[in-house]
Design a protein around this ligand. Structure first.
Ligand SMILES: [Ca+2]
Length: 247
């Protein structure tokens, strides 16, 4: 089940505009139901604050660009965290083309850390609000972050009418990402846990790290709670982003 969107989105947008700068760095605020899980994927604008504070040059920048998948992995010159498809991205778009280590460093800088896979999954699939808004059942584990169905997420084909992708997206498959928080809120009131961009989680030391929730590149399959995926930790590509938790 997908909860009605407008009042939640309006409230979130209002909160996003009013919260102070340190909280802004983490995205569109955090979910009060979930001990500090970001309500949205981390935004380009927030990552810019991190880059300006730390002088980070990302691996994708050093390599000349991140990657996309077009019948095999293809490097794209100039496709980096602030220009996801080679052209400047808006501050409200999800940051992409960042490695697991870069995502983790951002979260630590912002006063949190990457969620573990278990933390991410509990937030994405099991409703914990007390009481939850109408239409949601406390304690229920849903098949999708959007509820009983994938409807409303930004995925490929299976999600129905979704938030408009950014106009500068360049892809031969799917429509590209939407700015964060434009789809209806899902389980626990979180945005885009299913679809939009994959999200890094932290499995501890290791060269393979979890990515969760699927993306605009895929249908609903990778959004389902039974789906598991990992990527090489140095992957920096157009459809992987992240969010942080401050437990
Ligand atoms: Ca996502």
């Amino acid at each position: 089940m997908t909860a009605p969107a407008p009042q939640h989105h309006s409230l979130c947008t209002t909160v996003w505009r009013l919260i102070a700068a340190p909280a802004l760095a983490l995205g569109m605020g955090t979910s009060p139901a979930l001990a500090g899980m970001d309500a949205t994927e981390v935004r380009i604008g927030a990552f810019r604050d991190f880059v300006q504070a730390t002088g980070l040059v990302t691996a994708a920048e050093r390599a000349g660009g991140g990657q996309t998948y077009e019948g095999g992995w293809q490097q794209r010159p100039g496709w980096v965290w602030h220009a996801p498809y080679g052209r400047p991205g808006g501050d409200d778009e999800p940051v992409t083309h960042v490695t697991h280590a870069e995502a983790s460093a951002y979260c630590r800088w912002a006063g949190g850390r990457l969620p573990t896979e278990d933390e991410w999954r509990r937030a994405a699939y099991t409703e914990q609000r007390d009481p939850p808004p109408p239409g949601w059942i406390r304690g229920r584990t849903y098949p999708y972050p959007s509820g009983e169905t994938p409807t409303g997420a930004n995925c490929l084909g299976d999600c129905g009418e979704t938030a408009p992708a950014v106009a500068h997206a360049r892809t031969s498959r799917g429509r590209g990402h939407a700015p964060v928080g434009r789809t209806p809120p899902g389980v626990n009131g979180l945005f885009d846990m299913g679809g939009n961009v994959w999200e890094w989680a932290d499995a501890g030391p290791g060269s393979e790290q979890p990515t969760l929730g699927g993306s605009w590149w895929y249908g609903a399959g990778p959004m389902h709670r039974t789906h598991r995926a990992t990527k090489p930790a140095d992957t920096a590509v157009v459809y992987i982003g992240f969010r942080c938790i401050r437990p």
